[in-house]
Design a protein around this ligand. Structure first.
Ligand SMILES: [Zn+2]
Length: 481
């Protein structure tokens, strides 16, 4: 998942305040009448359900997040053993809760194939002195990270090269033969928020062997891993990196080390070892069939995350997105326990391949089990944050604003701090494109995103997560029966 502006929602908040005061009075009267009328059949803070019994169980939520963010799953990169184990784990949770698979698929897994940028081992960048001895070895993701500009970049290349410090664009435009087979160090003064690709292209056209940008966009002093996401074109056409160039971002301290290494005519040794692989994987689909089932509510969340460096560092992905999967499973458990048969189909989907380009949800929407035109999709991506108490309710496009507004109303009724907008960046987008109404629930807590710090203890508030399960249950309770 990406970032969004909040200004627009400020004056809506004023209107909301008035709405809340008016609703508070109503609520107060309702509580009075309820106290005297006797309590409902589900004891959670905010919601009262007509069709569900039992309690939202925080231990269940925590167990799933702790499990999926543990080292057994090695960061759940699609196509890896860790991801397959995570798929089995989720399937077993649905089986435990007796939530069935779809008869047409005949299994819990909707198979598909996709490309994944796998890494064999950690990347390496170091400076070599005149005797080819390493004087400085930079630390991956602390000092630098790879920058994969598809399709021209090379993601699997090792090289030793002379470095040239580029402080003027003309150096890239004129006498390019000077740049051939060199490693170009691009000074910060040349970089704007929009010319990276243009500068990269100059280096590529000059047959440089590599390029390093001074770009210090770290979170918590760590670069977040972005090496897994690929462009749609690469997913469709594949990727030939035979003649590409290696590309990296370096932080400020590393940049000054590189600049003085250039002055000393030292060399750079780099080793990037990703491997593009086509893997068989799948989305996990479980359902509660409705009667007559002409309409469908999908509750979705992506299961995959960004994997490991295969050298002992893995990315737990507790908030992104074990939190969404735990919400999915607990919601399914409570809905399945209902004695009532819903009118609408209620479908739970754990998508794969989200981190590498929303591939699982695209495969589902290209071959949907239920008609997208009569589908409402609620996507959970990074929910129950320890730090960010605002739930952003984002529609996948204006056609989904009704669903969004219905969820906002429940959130308001439950006094859940929320804001809203139209935003993509996750699996709901493919559903909106396909004609379904699709909304994402997200806490924009980017502090530890795609870093080894995205752990349960640092990022998850289980009591808050229960409120989010309650929000979804209230919506299903009100609209599916
Ligand atoms: Zn995510």
């Amino acid at each position: 998942m990406g970032i969004k502006s909040i200004e627009t929602s400020m004056n809506e908040k004023v209107v909301k305040k008035m709405k809340i005061n008016y609703k508070l009075i109503i609520l107060f009267l309702m509580i009075i009448s309820l106290t005297f009328a006797g309590c409902s059949n589900i004891a959670v803070e905010n919601g009262e359900y007509r069709n569900f019994t039992g309690e939202i169980n925080g231990d269940n939520l925590l167990e799933v997040i702790e499990e999926l963010s543990s080292d057994i799953y090695q960061g759940r990169l699609v196509g890896t053993k860790g991801n397959e184990r995570a798929m089995d784990y989720v399937i077993n949770r649905f089986i435990d809760n007796q939530v069935d698979f779809n008869e047409i698929i005949g299994d819990y897994v909707q198979d598909y194939y996709q490309l994944v940028n796998m890494n064999e081992s950690e990347m390496l960048v170091e400076i070599l002195n005149h005797d080819d001895e390493a004087t400085t070895r930079f630390i991956p993701y602390e000092n630098y990270r790879e920058a994969l500009f598809y399709p021209e970049c090379d993601n699997n290349v090792e090289g030793i090269a002379e470095m040239i410090l580029i402080t003027n664009v003309d150096q890239l435009k004129n006498n390019t033969e000077m740049l051939k087979d060199k490693f170009l160090i691009i000074h910060k003064s040349l970089i704007t928020s929009s010319n990276l690709y243009e500068l990269f292209k100059y280096a590529d056209n000059a047959d440089a062997i590599g390029i390093g940008f001074n770009r210090d966009n770290k979170y918590n002093d760590i670069y977040y891993v972005k090496s897994r996401s690929m462009t749609k074109e690469v997913h469709i056409n594949g990727f030939d990196y035979e003649n590409g160039i290696a590309c990296f971002y370096f932080d400020d301290p590393s940049m000054s080390v590189l600049e003085s290494a250039c002055e000393n005519n030292y060399k750079i040794h780099f080793d990037l070892n990703f491997q593009m692989e086509r893997v068989k994987t799948g989305n996990i689909i479980a359902e509660i069939k409705g009667n007559p089932g002409n309409e469908t509510i999908i509750v979705g969340a992506h299961l995959d995350h960004i994997g490991s460096n295969n050298e002992g560092v893995f990315y737990p992905g507790a908030l992104d997105n074990a939190s969404g999967i735990s919400t999915l499973i607990e919601t399914a458990r409570i809905v399945k326990n209902s004695k009532e048969t819903p009118k609408k189909n209620i479908v739970f989907i754990a998508f794969n391949g989200e981190e590498v380009g929303l591939i699982g949800s695209r495969n589902y929407t290209m071959d949907p089990v239920y008609d997208l035109d009569s589908t409402e999709m609620i996507n959970l991506d990074m929910v129950g944050s320890e730090r960010v108490g605002t739930l952003s309710i984002e529609s996948g496009g204006y056609a989904s604003n009704d669903l969004r507004d219905d969820l906002i109303e429940i959130a308001d009724d439950n006094d859940m701090e929320n804001d809203f907008g139209e935003n993509g960046g996750s699996d709901h987008v493919n559903f909106a494109i396909g004609g379904a109404e699709a909304v994402m629930l997200i806490n924009y807590d980017l502090s530890d995103i795609h870093t080894p710090l995205d752990t349960v203890s640092r990022n998850i508030d289980i009591e808050y997560l229960k409120e989010i399960v309650d929000l979804i249950l209230e919506y299903i309770d009100k609209t599916a029966y």
